[in-house]
Design a protein. Structure first.
Length: 405
């Protein structure tokens, strides 16, 4: 199977170096190969699909109504070019104020076509080609392509795989004079960890000292796609509460489990130094990166979308069901505090082989190697409840046979 993970770029064509670099990223090639194989079976009857954060039940009526209510034009400019819609900015800023208890202003909200472009815009706003971007493994698997496309250098450090916390010593050791950005993702994909305030305070102090030592600001990019998906009444804390030079990326696709409807934003905290100048830079990038504002319909719907989310209680029930059943079978895993995912220790060292043993039993999960962290696999809680129940005998049989082997 090794050839599935190799680039097919011709060596005879003079493709640009940056494009070649993006198209040759090993982790991206592995992901694409896995998804191609998965696509061959994902629609078969009886499949239990725990791979991606995709919906497996009909969308909420409230979500459909929010879009439907804005479809009928109110005037001749209803579907004209849209930049940052003021009402959308106001609704997003007010929501962040409630969530983080910080006085975000509407002008702090730079609307984007989802979290992807918010992250890409943040990197291009504060880093020059050749600068380094630190992030922790296991990561969201598209950080490296976004970083590489921007002409930046990815620098990877491993988390503490026992606690799923950031390894601050590893981050400190990775900082060089070329470090410009550190990415933090909480609630985390794939581990489900919400980083506690004490850890974020230490991280902020470390970045402040490193910036002073370098004579150059290190920015923190906080990927908060799941900051509304939290369990057990846990209070989410953003790095923006502790480190003024934080850029906050958010996606409504997770909050409403509608990733095909692309809308998100990049927000600047009210504590950000030189915020006015950075606002101007971001406004220019929203145009220069290909008019990355969300389409008109999504912007009109945003105030309504801020009033509800998917059923987090249902996600928590699925989390609890799977956690209790899997631990009872002998699997080792943490109970996630947020996000859509369980990150489970593979019973055998070869996580790809183990996930294949599940796939032949019609249960599809993502192997840890796709997150550059072998020895684990990820389960998405967006599978429906019928899939959860159907999967349990397969999980039990797979770990039984792994132990027998």
């Amino acid at each position: 199977m090794a050839n599935l993970y190799e680039s097919n770029l011709s060596t005879r064509v003079d493709f640009p170096a940056r494009a070649r670099a993006v198209a040759s990223i090993p982790s991206l090639l592995r992901l694409q190969a896995f998804l191609r194989m998965h696509a061959q079976r994902q629609h078969e009857p009886g499949i239990c699909d725990f791979t991606l954060g995709n919906p497996h039940q009909m969308p909420q009526e409230a979500y459909v109504a929010a879009l439907r209510n804005q479809l009928e034009p109110r005037n001749e400019l209803w579907f004209a070019y849209k930049s940052n819609g003021v009402e959308a900015q106001q609704a997003a800023a007010a929501s962040l104020q409630r969530l983080l208890e910080m006085p975000f202003e509407p002008a702090d909200i730079h609307l984007t076509t989802g979290g992807f472009t918010a992250i890409a815009m943040a990197l291009k706003a504060v880093a020059d080609p050749g600068d380094e971007v630190i992030y922790s493994l296991p990561p969201w698997f598209l950080y490296e392509p976004i970083i590489t496309e921007a002409g930046l250098v990815p620098v990877k450090v491993l988390i503490d795989t026992e606690t799923f916390d950031l390894d601050l010593m590893a981050i400190a050791s990775a900082i060089t004079p070329r470090t410009r950005v550190v990415i933090v993702n909480s609630p985390n994909n794939p581990t489900g960890r919400i980083y506690p305030p004490a850890l974020l305070v230490k991280l902020a102090a470390m970045l402040e000292l490193a910036s002073e030592r370098n004579g150059r600001r290190i920015y923190l990019l906080s990927d908060e796609a799941y900051n509304r998906i939290v369990y057990d009444g846990v209070r989410f804390h953003s790095p923006a509460e502790y480190y003024p030079n934080t850029l906050l990326a958010y996606s409504y696709g997770k909050t409403h489990l509608a990733p095909g409807q692309r809308i998100g934003y990049l927000a600047l905290p009210p504590t950000m130094p030189d915020r006015d100048a950075l606002r101007e830079i971001l406004s220019a990038l929203q145009v220069a990166m290909g008019w990355i504002y969300p389409n008109a319909l999504m912007q009109y719907a945003l105030p309504a979308l801020e009033t509800f989310s998917i059923d987090v209680g249902q996600l928590q029930r699925k989390r609890d069901r799977l956690y209790e059943e899997l631990t009872g079978m002998g699997y080792r895993l943490h109970r996630p505090e947020g996000s859509f995912y369980l990150f489970v220790n593979s019973p055998v060292p070869d996580d790809e082989a183990f996930t294949e043993s599940l796939a032949i039993r019609d249960v599809f999960v993502l192997p840890g190697v796709l997150f550059e962290t072998p020895g684990f696999f990820r389960i998405s809680l967006t599978a429906n409840e019928e899939m959860v129940e159907r999967s349990l005998p397969a999980f039990a049989e797979a770990i039984r046979l792994a132990g027998a082997g």
